[in-house]
Design a protein around this ligand. Structure first.
Ligand code: FCX
Length: 426
C-alpha cells in the first residue's frame, strides 16, 4: 500500500512546478483592485491567499480539490462497518488531491491510533507561556458578558477590561514560567505597587537590583510593542480576535506565531549564531573572518538571523535605538559579544547584497536585542521570545480593543487554488 507520505512525495513536484511557472510568467499580472471596503471589511472577497485544497463557491459551496460534498460521499472510503466520510480519507484528499483506497485509509487510521497516546512532556504544559495566557480566558469578562448578551456597541469596554487585566498579569505569568523552568522552587515576590510594569517584571524575574537590565527591558519592551498589523503575531491575534474570541485566546494564538524562528524566535537564534561564531573565531575577530563565516551560513542554506525583513528596506530603527543604548554604556561597549554584533553589522549587509536573495540586507531589531539581555545576566536565551511576548501584547491588544470599538468584521480574505489563479491571469 502506498503510504500518505509516499503519495505526497509523488504529487509535490508537479505542484512546485505549477507554482514556479506561475511565478515566472505571471508575477506581475493584476487580478483585482484593493478597495477601501476590503481594508475596513476584514479583507472580505479580496483575492489575497493561495490555498489549494479547497475552493468555496458562493453558490455551490465547498469543493475539495474539485470534489463536492456529494462527490466525496460517493468516493471517499468510510470506516469499517460505517457509511460516513471519515477524517482520514478527507485528510488524504486534502493533502494529496487524490482519493485514497480503502487500504490506504485503514493504514492512516492505524498510524493515528499508534501515534495517538499523549507523551509525558505534555505534563510540562503548565510551563507553556501561550497555554498559560489562554487558560486565563477562564476569567474573561468579555466572554462572560457576551454569554449574558450585550450590545455590539459595548463589546469594546469588556474587551478593554480583559486586555488591561491581561497586560497587568503578563509580568507575573512570564516570570512564573521563568522561575518554573530555570529557578524551580523559588517564589515570586509580591508586586511593588510603586513600580512600573516592567520594573516589576524585572523584580519578579529576580533582577530587581540589576538596574541596567531593568532599563534595557523597559526600552526593549516598549520598542517591540507594536509593528503594524501584518506581522505574524499581530495578524494572528487580529484574525483570532475577529471571531470575537476573547483577548486571552486571541493573544495566546499570537504567541504561537511569535515562537517561529522567522519571527520572534529570531533574537535567540541571533545569540546562538553569534556565540557559535565567537566559539569558532575567538574574541579578536577580523571583518574578513566574519565575512567568511557569513558565507558559510548562507552556503549551508541557512538564513542569517537578525537580518532581512518582510517590509523594512533599511536598517531597523529599533536596531539603531538598541545600538545607541549600547553606545552610551561603557560596560556594553567593552563586551566582546556586543563588539562582534557591531562588526557583523559592518560587513553583513555587503555579504547579503552580494548573495542577492534578501530584499533587505540590513539588520532588524533581533540582530542585537538578545545579546544585550545575555550581557546583563539574563542568559537563558530560550526565554527571550517570552519577553518579546510580554511586549507585543501592547500593540496586538490595542488593535483588539479598536477592532471591537470600530465593530470590525470577521477577517475573511478570498483564497484561490493554483488552477484558479492560472485561469485569472490567462
Ligand atoms: N539570510 C539569508 N537569506 C535571506 C535572509 C537572511 N537574513 N532574509 C531573506 N532571505 C532570503 C529568503 O529566505 C528568501 O529566499 P528564497 O527566495 O530562497 O525563499 C529571499 O531572501 C527573499 O526573502 P525576502 O522577501 O527578502 O524576505 P521575506 O519577507 O520572505 O522574509 C524574514 C523576511 C524576516 C523572514 C527574512 O528576512 C529572514 O528569514 N530573516 C532572518 C530571520 C529574522 O531575522 N527574523 C526576524 C524578523 C523580524 F524582525 C521579526 O518579525 O521578528
Amino acid at each position: 500500500v502506498t503510504s500518505l507520505k509516499e503519495t505526497l512525495q509523488e504529487v509535490i513536484p508537479a505542484k512546485q512546478e505549477q507554482l514556479k511557472k506561475l511565478k515566472a510568467e505571471h508575477s506581475q499580472s493584476v487580478v483585482g483592485d484593493i478597495k477601501v471596503e476590503n481594508i475596513i471589511g476584514g479583507m472580505r472577497g479580496l483575492k489575497a491567499m493561495l490555498w489549494d485544497a479547497s475552493v468555496l463557491d458562493p453558490n455551490e459551496g465547498i469543493r475539495f480539490h474539485g470534489l463536492s460534498i456529494p462527490d466525496c460521499q460517493k468516493v471517499l472510503p468510510p470506516a469499517p462497518g460505517g457509511k460516513e466520510i471519515i477524517a482520514e480519507s478527507m485528510l488524504w484528499l486534502l493533502l494529496t488531491g487524490q482519493v485514497p483506497s480503502e487500504a490506504q485509509t485503514r493504514q492512516l487510521s492505524r498510524e493515528f491510533a499508534e501515534k495517538g497516546d499523549l507523551p509525558p512532556f505534555l505534563e510540562k504544559l503548565v510551563d507553556s507561556w501561550a497555554w498559560a495566557v489562554a487558560a486565563l480566558n477562564h476569567e474573561s469578562l468579555f466572554q462572560a458578558a457576551y454569554e449574558k448578551g450585550i450590545k455590539k456597541s459595548e463589546y469594546w469596554t469588556y474587551t478593554l477590561d480583559d486586555c488591561i487585566n491581561l497586560i497587568a498579569r503578563l509580568p507575573a505569568l512570564a516570570a512564573r514560567i521563568y522561575r518554573n523552568v530555570y529557578k524551580p522552587g523559588t517564589a515570586l515576590p509580591p508586586l511593588n505597587k510603586d513600580l512600573d510594569l516592567i520594573g516589576n517584571y524585572s523584580a519578579l524575574l529576580g533582577f530587581g537590583d540589576n538596574h541596567n537590565l531593568t532599563e534595557y527591558l523597559r526600552l526593549y519592551i516598549a520598542l517591540h510593542g507594536d509593528h503594524e498589523g501584518g506581522n505574524a503575531s499581530a495578524h494572528t491575534a487580529h484574525l483570532v480576535g475577529s471571531t470575537l474570541s476573547d483577548p486571552y485566546l486571541s493573544y495566546s494564538a499570537a504567541l504561537f506565531a511569535l515562537a517561529g524562528p522567522l519571527h520572534g524566535l529570531a533574537n535567540q537564534e541571533v545569540l546562538r549564531w553569534q556565540m557559535a561564531m565567537q566559539a569558532e573565531l575567538g574574541t579578536e575577530v577580523t571583518h574578513d573572518q566574519i565575512k567568511e563565516y557569513l558565507w558559510k551560513t548562507l552556503k549551508g542554506g541557512q538564513v542569517v538571523p537578525g537580518y532581512g525583513h518582510g517590509v523594512l528596506r533599511n536598517p531597523d530603527p529599533r536596531f539603531i535605538a538598541l545600538q545607541e543604548f549600547c553606545d552610551a554604556r561603557p560596560e556594553l561597549l567593552e563586551s566582546s559579544m556586543i563588539q562582534l554584533v557591531k562588526k557583523t553589522y559592518e560587513v553583513a549587509p555587503g555579504v547579503l547584497k552580494e548573495h542577492g536573495k534578501t530584499k533587505n540586507p540590513f539588520p532588524n531589531v533581533d540582530a542585537t536585542s538578545g545579546c544585550v539581555l545575555h550581557h546583563y545576566g539574563l542568559t537563558e536565551f530560550k526565554y527571550y521570545t517570552v519577553i518579546f511576548g510580554v511586549s507585543r501584547a501592547l500593540g496586538a491588544l490595542t488593535q483588539l480593543v479598536w477592532a471591537r470599538a470600530l465593530g470590525l468584521p470577521l477577517e475573511r480574505p478570498k483564497s484561490l487554488s493554483l488552477d484558479a489563479i492560472e485561469k485569472l491571469v490567462k
